[in-house]
Design a protein around this ligand. Structure first.
Ligand code: ATP
Ligand code: MG
Length: 726
């Protein structure tokens, strides 16, 4: 491959970044200016000019999907398959390290990754074992607090309690939880990073090895690194490696989870001779979308500040639709997607973004109703479904008998006559003897400490797991299949009813195919060969589930939270629920600095759109089982009116409520098939006054349901009803 293939598709400052002499470099630039492109081309460039081999490069991206795409892209540019290059998320890379160095990291070889669900359960168990009241120590909050400390790199033992009783108790919980994880061979997400950092610090020889190896470190989305990730990079880089980071302070959206946008400045201060490059040309969005985004983010103070411009076309105005309620909102979105598809465009080009995952349900229903295939990122993912977690728990117990959460999960799923009392006895024994539930069961059976019935039931369970643990003689696929059959989970779920049971069984079958197609170690590293297929598969499942990304899709509309849309781009983007209280989220109004973070999130959302952007809000919204009236979001007012076109239903004014700009001179567009809007007040010659609550059909068949003050609900055919708007 020619060098020109790498450099030609770049503008001048991009080229400057890609070709910069080895050293430390920060690319600070706004959305869609080619940061990720520069990072990718930089790697290709380094390899192409022989400055580095794939072996010398470590690239950290935000999701596994981004990592895969980056790898493919580089392979495409270079025209050769890449091997030995470490590209992944912080968690993925830390996991890989810990697998290779489990002994130095003081982990059992069979250690397992737990997700936030498992972690929650372990914390509840810790509280129980410490006799602490969940009311005073809400498990979710405690979990958050523990993770917060881990993200800051602070172990329980390192917290200075200074005689503070509350803190002292917290430290006891944290310690207890740490012990429990260690004993069970379990590692939570935050622990992956902390352990890996401690590995550097406590084993200089390991650290040196990787420093010598990774001469080039590259990090995307640097604005969202937390304390531990930052110091991890810093420790690894020392003064030996060249660190290339790209980021955008205006897109820092994980402050609530400990990310530190200040890491951008800290990087400039702490790393030697950092070259700063700014990119200002946006290649993603139309001029209209970019103008809106720039104006919006301009409302935040304390920015590093940058100009972002585009040579692109002005494009369509941003459409703003004020819906009567969330159902109307979803219907509008779906109609717009149908229009897009009728225009010859693909569903895959469309993304629907929202602030809260719970918003997806209504939108999903509308998509289903219209037969539009879709994919939800970050909803209940495949690996988080109950039946899948059950099978995985069996498998985990097969590789690691000390995995208590897995044992607790399936010891009685399906029911096998092991009662609550027996379990309590096991737990007590485990706590008193500081051993796992499995070992306790073995001991108690041997000591004859249980009733004959309980002993028999428990023994059958232990035998079952032993039988399932076929070891390396069989393939991964056969092993998964064996677990499903021997566990009788299929029969168990059939009892749930036909449809649901069947879909669960299908999912389990899907897991067998996932196992079949799982290729362990496309790019095996030293130490990694030791990981058997099952262990690798389980780690893969845990990491994929933690990330909240859907796998491959085909021809699907994509639904996701604004947070998970980071780094992505789509020709048509909807942002739903742009209302005060929902977006900005009401929680953000109480805490300092959070409103700015919400605005950055909105900036991220707006800048995902390449060609068309549609913003919607509802006047009435039922969410979390509650109905609320709301005002359009303040963010809407921050977008220049000349960028926006208010969508109104034909013939009557759109239901835009107060809260909007006074005297707004937005242009309007007729959109709906009916000439009345939901929520509109109307009058009928016979029934009197009422409110439009539903509509269906179009043209001569168009009907409306009106809630009349005197006679209640009535369906009326518009063509004959002589309805008048009030
Ligand atoms: P974000 O801040 O959202 O992560 P980014 O800065 O990483 O965005 P990229 O995703 O790298 O931006 O690029 C945005 C879009 O612009 C992509 O479609 C990319 O291919 C395109 N692009 C970037 N640079 C150029 C260029 N010099 N010429 C043509 N297209 C470009
Ligand atoms: Mg990017």
């Amino acid at each position: 491959m020619d060098l020109s293939d790498i450099l030609d598709p770049l503008n001048e400052p991009q080229r400057q970044a890609v070709c910069a002499p080895s050293g430390n470099l920060l690319v600070l630039a706004g959305a869609g200016s080619g940061k990720t492109r520069v990072l990718t081309h930089r790697i290709a460039y380094l390899i192409r000019i022989g400055e580095a081999s794939t072996y010398n490069v470590m690239a950290v991206t935000f999701t596994n999907k981004a990592a895969r795409e980056m790898r493919q892209r580089i392979e495409q540019i270079l025209g050769t398959p890449l091997s030995g290059m470490w590209v992944g998320t912080f968690h993925g890379i830390a996991h890989r390290l810990l697998r290779s160095h489990w002994q130095e990291a003081k982990l059992p070889q069979t250690f397992q990754i737990i997700d936030s669900d498992d972690q929650y359960r372990l914390i509840r168990r810790s509280l129980k074992e410490l006799d602490l009241d969940e009311k005073r120590w809400p498990p979710k909050e405690t979990q958050w607090k523990i993770n917060y400390h881990k993200d800051e790199g602070v172990r329980a033992g390192a917290i200075d309690v200074q005689g503070d009783l509350y803190l002292e108790t917290f430290v006891r919980i944290y310690l207890h939880y740490e012990d429990l994880c260690q004993r069970n061979g379990l590692v939570d997400f935050a622990e992956l990073l902390l352990r890996a950092q401690e590995l550097w610090l406590q084993h200089p020889e390991v650290c040196r090895h990787y420093r010598d190896r990774f001469r080039h470190l590259l990090v995307d989305e640097f604005q969202d690194t937390n304390a531990i990730q930052y110091s991890w990079i810093r420790t690894l880089a020392a003064d030996q490696s060249h660190t290339f980071v790209v980021g955008d302070d205006d897109q820092s959206i994980y402050g609530w989870r400990g990310a530190k946008v200040g890491n951008l400045q800290q990087f400039q201060r702490q790393f030697t001779e950092v070259e700063l490059i700014r990119l200002e040309q946006n290649y993603r969005s139309t001029r209209t979308i970019l103008t809106a985004a720039n104006a919006l983010i301009d409302n935040n103070g304390d920015r590093l500040g940058k100009n972002l411009w585009t040579a692109g076309e002005e494009g369509e105005p941003i459409r703003l639709y004020g819906a009567f309620n969330e159902i109307d909102e979803a219907t509008y979105i779906v109609e717009q997607i149908e229009r897009w598809v009728r225009g010859g465009r693909s569903r895959q080009e469309v993304a629907i973004l929202y602030r809260s995952n719970a918003q997806s349900r209504v939108i999903e229903a509308a998509l289903l109703q219209h037969g539009l295939p879709y994919r939800v990122y970050g909803g209940l993912r495949f690996y988080e479904r109950a039946e899948i977690k059950d099978v995985l728990a069996y498998l985990r117990l097969c590789t690691n008998r000390d995995d208590d959460p897995s044992l607790e999960r399936i010891i009685n799923t399906p029911t096998r006559g092991i009662g609550g009392r027996t379990l309590d006895m096991l737990r007590d024994y485990a706590r008193d003897h500081e051993m796992s539930l499995w070992r306790s069961a073995e001991r108690m059976i041997a000591a004859g400490a249980l009733t004959p019935r309980a002993t028999a039931a428990l023994q059958r369970f232990l035998d079952l797991i032993a039988e399932m643990s076929c070891g390396s003689e069989v393939s991964l696929e056969q092993q998964v299949d064996a677990v499903i059959k021997l566990s009788a989970l299929g029969d168990h779920y059939k009892k749930e009813g036909r449809e649901k049971g069947l879909s669960r069984i299908e999912n389990m079958e899907e897991l067998v195919s996932a196992a079949k197609s799982f290729v362990h170690g496309e790019d095996l590293e030293e130490g990694e060969e030791a990981m058997d297929d099952l262990t690798a598969f389980l780690a893969h499942a845990a990491l994929e589930a933690g990330e909240g990304q859907a796998e491959e899709w085909e021809e699907c509309v994509q639904l996701m939270s604004l947070h998970s849309a980071k780094g992505l781009e789509f020709p048509l983007v909807f942002i739903a629920g742009v209302e005060e209280g929902l977006f900005p989220h009401k929680r953000s109004l109480q805490e300092e600095g959070r409103l700015e973070e919400e605005r950055r999130l909105c900036y991220v959302g707006v800048t995902r759109a390449k060609e068309e952007l549609v913003l919607t809000y509802a006047e009435v919204r039922r969410l979390y089982g509650q109905e609320n009236f709301s005002h359009p979001s303040r963010f809407l007012r921050e977008i220049p009116e000349e960028c926006v076109q208010i969508v109104r239903l034909q013939g009557v004014a759109a239901p835009i409520s107060a809260g909007q700009k006074k005297g707004a001179s937005f242009t309007t567009e007729a959109a709906s098939t009916t000439s009345f809007s939901l929520g509109q007040q109307v009058t009928h010659p016979k029934f009197g006054e009422g409110t439009v609550v539903q509509s269906e059909g179009s043209g001569a068949q168009a009907r409306l349901q009106v809630n009349f003050d005197r006679v209640g609900l009535k369906w009326l055919v518009i063509a004959y009803a002589h309805l008048q708007p009030l």
